[in-house]
Design a protein around this ligand. Structure first.
Ligand code: A3P
Ligand code: MG
Length: 257
């Protein structure tokens, strides 16, 4: 495989890693969830690391599944091009039979911003990429829907939705939730309380390319390839809904700091 275009490369790598995960799921089955999660994380990480080393040997990589030492390698902080990958986002859902809300994330950061990315949703047989960003819905549906974590929904989002007249939709995986915003299944994704750069880099690259809003929940920019990869909160939404959500979050936090 020789792929000159980074957008296409992100798409092909995420898609192929995802196909391998589908096969692995079928082969191992769901009896031992821990074993399936670990095998999925490792197989996808190895595939992506080997492919990037072969196809983009001069670039740095930040992967969720790298060792702590590899993640802390200071070379990535002076590199001009860094691939930020989450080999299996929504690991919990991957290990649950029948669930399709898990993803493979491949993003490229260059000199301060995300420039390419892909989110494969292998069990939904689709990959969203910056090569051909999805077309956003033109109008915000009413009542609007906010995707939240199935297992760790932030406390304040229930109150936010109640005040603004929105509905909550629990979905696994940050990539699957942001994809749901871009394809019109929900209108927003709000998360707080903990997350890392690899959980959002690729889906945010696609969201921004599609024209969606993406920021921290206080409206400040999401920044990637930092020394500390923690990026604990995020808001992705259709652009017309963002001012309402940001103002609602600001009001809530003013009243309950
Ligand atoms: N409070 C928290 N602290 C750390 N990571 C969190 C988190 N809440 C969610 N995440 C991570 O964000 C991703 C999406 O989570 P969720 O499905 O709950 O929305 C998951 O990535 P992984 O599956 O790659 O570990 C999960 O680990
Ligand atoms: Mg993740």
């Amino acid at each position: 495989m020789t792929i000159r275009d980074d957008h296409s490369l992100a798409g092909q790598l995420a898609t192929e890693a995802g196909e391998r995960l589908v096969e692995l799921r079928a082969r191992l089955g769901f009896a031992d969830a821990r074993a399936l999660k670990d095998a999925g994380d490792q197989a996808s990480h190895r595939f992506l690391m080997d492919a990037l080393a072969r196809l983009r040997p001069d670039d740095a990589v930040l992967s969720e599944e790298a060792t702590r030492e590899e993640r802390m390698d200071p070379r990535r902080l002076s590199a001009e091009r860094v691939w930020i990958v989450d080999p299996l986002d929504g690991t919990r859902e991957f290990s649950e039979q029948g669930r399709t809300d898990w993803a493979v994330h491949v993003a490229l950061w260059e000199r301060g911003s995300l420039t390419a990315g892909a989110v494969a949703l292998p069990a939904q047989v689709r990959t969203l990429t910056t090569a051909a960003p999805p077309e956003l819905p033109e109008k915000v549906r009413e009542p609007f829907r906010i995707a939240v974590s199935r297992t760790r929904p932030p406390e304040f989002v229930r109150e936010l939705a109640a005040r603004l007249g929105g509905e909550l939709v629990p979905i696994g995986s940050a990539g699957a939730k942001i994809a749901a915003v871009l394809t019109g299944e929900v209108e927003a994704y709000v998360h707080a309380g903990g997350q890392y750069e690899w959980d959002s880099a690729a889906p945010v690259a696609v969201a921004v390319a599609a024209g969606a809003h993406a920021s921290r929940i206080d409206g400040s920019p999401l920044t990637y390839n930092q020394g500390d990869p923690s990026l604990p909160d995020i808001l992705v939404s259709l652009p017309d809904l963002a001012p309402t959500l940001l103002a609602g979050i600001r009001d809530l936090h003013r009243q309950t700091p």
